[in-house]
Design a protein around this ligand. Structure first.
Ligand SMILES: NC(=O)c1ccc[n+]([C@@H]2O[C@H](COP(=O)([O-])OP(=O)(O)OC[C@H]3O[C@@H](n4cnc5c(N)ncnc54)[C@H](OP(=O)(O)O)[C@@H]3O)[C@@H](O)[C@H]2O)c1
Length: 353
């Protein structure tokens, strides 16, 4: 079989580097162009010595025409608002794109503008309607047929996968949803800032962007769609969440704890377990824990798994869901390669297990 020609833009960021690490071990992929604006002309192994003797390829500067001409599929691992104008240039030339930023995740451009302070222009708007939210456990079939995948956010992945069965089967109330997430520091990318400086984070834990984190609209969009069976026209169904992210002093990993009111306060844990097992029976990267056993971040770091566990708190009529992922893998590069496999009709787990 002819190998898939793949290029990565944003190669020297945290997610770009993880992508290259996975793709290097993917036998159906040929890495074509690795793009960096800062390190163009240098070898990848000069920027990241861990690639020495594995991949000494030179990084190139951004040249959309050349990259499109040589590639079948392009990963854009760029900051949000940067991908937006670039992605259509590739799609117009018939090249598939998996965008790791938030630019094509939100279906309503006015919500994007509100949270990201940038307007979609008429060109990116046109492609926005074609983008499929890249959560294979929910949108597998549509991902197979699309040319543009909007790879989900890291917090969003842990939360949506953790809660999808409850909303799909209408087991919980749609109000008073509380989500408390903790992330390792790589979640903020490789850029330098005082808040992310080692002494500021080490031996510390802090909440940030309280009530205002930009994964909120994405979580609400997707939970609302799942709740309404894919049709989000009924505004009554619009789900709102209280979401608070925290930074914890580890490099990678996310743990989300979600509190929801059960509609039926007599529901038993074994019934919930059955629902989750059925919902994810064909999902190779979702593992369901049987109570009282609960997932931990260290179970998933370095893997593409999302581990989900739960407990019912009968006293208060709530179900508490715990969901963990590696933010750089199931929360970013691993999920992006899973999407690439699906788009290319390769086994979903290729190079990821
Ligand atoms: N980190 C995570 O856990 C995570 C998880 C899910 C999704 N994401 C999303 O994935 C995307 C990449 O994230 P990341 O963590 O890899 O970020 P990052 O470490 O900051 O890397 C982004 C890279 O993009 C390149 N770049 C090109 N144009 C840029 C510009 N105008 N401003 C800044 N950088 C520019 C930079 O490389 P050059 O200078 O070499 O070109 C930079 O290294 C983001 O949209 C992020 O939200 C991240």
């Amino acid at each position: 079989m002819k190998k898939l020609k793949v290029s990565v833009i944003g190669s020297t960021g945290y997610t770009g580097k993880e992508l290259i690490k996975i793709l290097l071990n993917h036998y159906e992929v040929e890495l074509i162009h690795l793009v960096s604006s800062t390190f163009a002309g240098e070898k990848l192994s000069e920027v990241f010595p861990d690639f020495l003797n594995q991949l000494d390829k030179k990084l190139i500067s951004l040249n959309p025409e050349l990259i499109a001409q040589d590639s079948d599929l392009i990963f854009t691992a760029l900051p949000h608002t940067v991908s937006m104008d670039l992605v259509p240039k590739f799609l117009k030339r018939g090249v598939k794109v998996i965008d790791l930023s938030a630019d094509y995740r939100l279906k309503d451009p006015s919500i994007y503008r509100e949270w990201y302070k940038k307007e979609h222009n008429h060109i990116s708007r046109e492609f926005l309607s074609q983008a499929i939210y890249g959560l294979p456990e929910i949108y597998g079939r549509q991902i197979e047929r699309t040319s543009l995948v909007a790879n989900p956010g890291c917090y969003s992945t842990s939360v949506i996968l953790g809660l999808a069965p409850l909303f799909a089967y209408h087991l919980v109330e749609v109000k008073d949803i509380i989500i408390d997430s903790k992330s390792g520091i790589t979640g903020a990318g490789r850029g330098i800032s005082l808040d992310l400086h080692f002494p500021e984070c080490n031996e510390n834990m802090k909440a940030y962007k309280v009530t205002g984190h930009n994964h909120i609209p994405e979580i609400e969009q997707e939970l609302s769609r799942i709740y309404s069976g894919g049709d989000n026209k009924n505004k009554e169904d619009k789900i709102k969440v209280s979401f608070t992210p925290h930074l914890i002093p580890i490099n990678r990993g996310i743990l989300s704890t979600c509190y929801l009111n059960l509609k039926d306060r007599n529901m038993e844990e074994k019934e919930i377990l059955e629902v989750y097992r059925e919902f994810y029976q064909k999902a190779p990267f979702v593992r369901i824990f049987e109570p009282p056993s609960l997932p931990e971040i260290k179970f998933v770091v370095g893997t593409n798994y999302c581990d989900i566990g739960f407990k019912i708190d009968k006293r208060v009529g709530k179900v508490v869901i715990i969901s963990v992922i590696d933010n750089l893998l199931k929360g970013a590069a691993g999920q992006a390669v899973q999407n690439m496999n699906i788009m290319s009709r390769l086994p979903e787990t290729y190079a990821l297990k």
